[in-house]
Ligand binder design. Structure first.
Ligand code: ZN
Length: 163
């Protein structure tokens, strides 16, 4: 069965950056599961999945526009340190991902620089602006159930698991 719209695809992947540095590896754990052509994975990877078959392996290099987007420098901001949701006394360190309160609700940001009263944070996705190299192995392709299509996500290990 080939990958096409409304099929549930299960796959393993290794993600590296442009310098061949490994960023993520699913082979150590559960594979990823998504419904094809519903935007469940980044666009460049979804396009590369089209027409693939079970057990197929492939490599694809994805530019930022088809991945996590370009970096937006206006998303780097200096904010009062009290906006950070952090257990008291725990020291903030650059590179750490923290949650801050904004007008639009809670948001995940990366710590850039820590001052006494203010903190510089970066709200870009950590992989924004990066060229991504995916090494993919398709584990399974099956029809989505009516329930999965209604919910808009795959069910089971690697997908959405309802209680
Ligand atoms: Zn569901």
């Amino acid at each position: 069965m080939k990958v096409e719209s409304n099929k549930v695809v299960t796959f393993h992947y290794r993600l590296s950056d442009e310098n061949d540095t490994l960023i993520e590896d699913s082979f150590d754990g559960d594979p990823v599961m998504y419904i094809h052509n519903t935007g469940g994975i980044i666009p460049g990877l979804e396009t590369a999945m089209n027409g693939r078959d079970i057990a197929e392996k492939f490599n694809v290099t994805i530019e930022p526009v088809d991945g996590y987007g370009l970096r937006n420098e206006t998303l780097k901001q200096r904010i009062p340190i009290k906006y950070v949701q952090q257990p008291k006394k725990k020291k903030l360190t650059p590179g750490q991902v923290v949650t801050i309160q904004t007008k639009e609700g809670a948001r995940q940001v990366t710590v850039v620089k820590v001052g006494k009263f203010n903190i510089d944070v970066d709200a870009n996705h950590p992989l924004a602006g990066r060229v991504l190299d995916f090494n993919v192995e398709i584990v399974d392709v099956r029809d989505a159930t009516k329930e999965e299509l209604d919910h808009g996500h795959a069910h089971g290990v690697g997908g959405h698991q309802h209680d």
